[in-house]
Design a protein around this ligand. Structure first.
Ligand code: ADP
Ligand code: ASP
Ligand code: MG
Length: 446
């Protein structure tokens, strides 16, 4: 079996959806299972609508118009998603009456984007004589924890999905992004979560491969919105792809790789607008060539917490106390840099930071510096590349970019640098120029 995941941009217009149909048709012999996002922009419309409803202005208009326009373009009846739109209308009214919006209600609303899109895609496939059934993952047993807006699957999810998908007639067209907790509440796996759904489904059905169809020809050496000349990476390891996603490469959700690793399922990133491009193959091993660096990624909104303490010297339990303070408030630490009397850590969410800092103040002087970006240079073979640190710091120095903190772990798949947020783009460009020099023009023998 083969899992094919289509992102919002791949489902945005009739033309793209026609491409989806032909890609599915070419692969029918491999028994594809589709995992689909909401049509591009719909999740944002839903979340904004929910916020406005809770502020006293319930208006389903923008969502309704968008969905009806998509169905009209596909020549499908508008009545197809009327039950979903009616339910949403009631939810918006409810939010307006309550005047509040919880993570749980945000998930309940957001889930409708994927529910409506799978109905449309399955109907369109049937219209093109490919038998297909829309499947809501929450109803098909994709059980998760109750961490609304960022849920993770529970172990039972895999067997449940396997059984439910075996019952679907024709090609199952499964909702990405959504699941359900043990109490029956709808949950979501976080923004971009359909990628994660794709590998969850892949693991559940024992897929030979998971194809993630998007709007770029694979994972690129940097975010193309920052570095337009970034180029596709032909192959990368699971570890590299996970780190890239975790450190901000939006092309896949950070948790996508986990379910694939556990079964050794290769993941391929492909372009719906250029289906013949080779894309990126992500798997257990990688061809032994290249410079050692695979890609550069970055994320904004990084807080640096600095703890200065005279008591640190010779204290074996000091670090444990620091990390406990963060752990107690569910704060994930990314980067750590230490000296004899100070420790600096970076975190990427504001929640819980103030509380953790309150506890850390018992240890010494604590300062928090926000508005930073974390830039990560990633590559499993970086450890073998000599002179890399020199090139990295040389490039940042030449661009006059101040460095607030650095970290380079023992496994050396990842060099992390914290820079001021307003210099994020400059830093990524400077590093990309230095680490991925443009190929010489053909015929230039040097
Ligand atoms: P989809 O709707 O298919 O899920 P996304 O918008 O979530 O698509 O992800 C694809 C986008 O990710 C690309 O259009 C690109 O702008 C962005 N992106 C950021 N970093 C990278 C990278 N390193 N490689 C490829 N794309 C990247
Ligand atoms: N529709 C969801 C989002 O926009 C999930 C996804 O597209 O992967 O975040
Ligand atoms: Mg995405």
């Amino acid at each position: 079996m083969l899992v094919m995941k289509f992102g919002g941009t791949s489902l945005a217009t009739r033309e793209r959806i026609e491409t989806v149909v032909s890609l599915v048709r070419q692969r029918l012999a491999r028994h594809p299972v589709l995992v689909c996002s909401a049509h591009a922009g719909v999740t944002d419309l839903l979340l904004n609508g929910a916020r406005r409803a809770a502020a006293g202005q319930p208006d389903l208009g923008p969502v309704r118009e968008r969905e009806q326009a998509t169905l009209a373009a596909l020549e499908l009846p508008g009545a197809l998603v009327e039950p979903e739109l009616e339910r949403l209308e009631q939810m918006f009214q409810g939010l307006a009456l309550l005047g509040e919006l919880t993570p749980r209600s945000l998930d309940a609303v957001a889930a409708f984007g994927e529910r409506m899109s799978v109905k449309a895609i399955a109907a369109f496939l049937r219209r093109r004589r490919i038998p297909a059934t829309a499947v809501n993952a929450d109803e098909a047993g994709l059980l998760t924890d109750s961490r609304f807006t960022r849920a993770s699957p529970r172990p039972e999810a895999y067997a449940n999905l396997r059984a439910a998908l075996a019952r679907a007639e024709g090609v199952p067209v499964v909702t990405g992004f959504i699941g359900r907790d043990a109490a029956g509440n709808v949950t979501t796996l976080g923004r971009s979560g359909s990628d994660f759904s794709a590998t969850i489904v892949g693991r559940a059905v024992g897929a030979e491969e998971v194809e993630i169809w998007t709007d770029v020809s694979g994972v690129l050496t940097a975010d193309p919105r920052i570095v337009p000349e970034a180029r596709p990476v032909e192959r990368m390891t699971y570890a590299e792809a996970s780190e890239l996603a975790y450190y901000g490469a939006k092309v896949i959700h950070p948790a996508t790789i986990q379910p694939a690793v556990s079964r050794g399922i290769p993941v391929r990133i492909l372009n719906t607008m250029d289906p013949d491009a080779p894309g990126t193959w992500i798997g257990p091993a990688r061809a032994r060539r290249g410079t050692g660096v695979t890609a550069v990624a970055s994320k904004r909104g990084i807080h640096l917490v600095n703890i200065v303490s005279g008591r640190m010297l010779g204290q074996s339990g000091f670090m444990a106390t620091v990390f406990r303070a963060f752990a107690d408030h569910d704060v994930v630490v990314d980067l750590i840099a230490t000296s004899e009397v100070s420790v600096t850590v970076s975190v990427d969410r504001s929640e819980g930071v103030a509380e953790a800092v309150g506890e850390l103040k018992k240890l010494g002087k604590v300062t928090v510096n926000s508005d930073n970006a974390l830039v990560a240079v990633i590559g499993e073979r970086m450890r073998k590349a000599s002179g890399l640190a020199g090139r990295v710091f040389g490039a940042l120095g030449a661009a006059a970019i101040p460095i607030a903190a650095i970290s380079y772990g023992a496994t050396k798949t990842n060099l992390q640098i914290v820079v001021p947020e307003e210099r994020e783009r400059d830093a990524v460009r400077a590093l990309h120029d230095a680490l991925f020099p443009a190929a010489p023009p053909p015929g230039d023998a040097g």
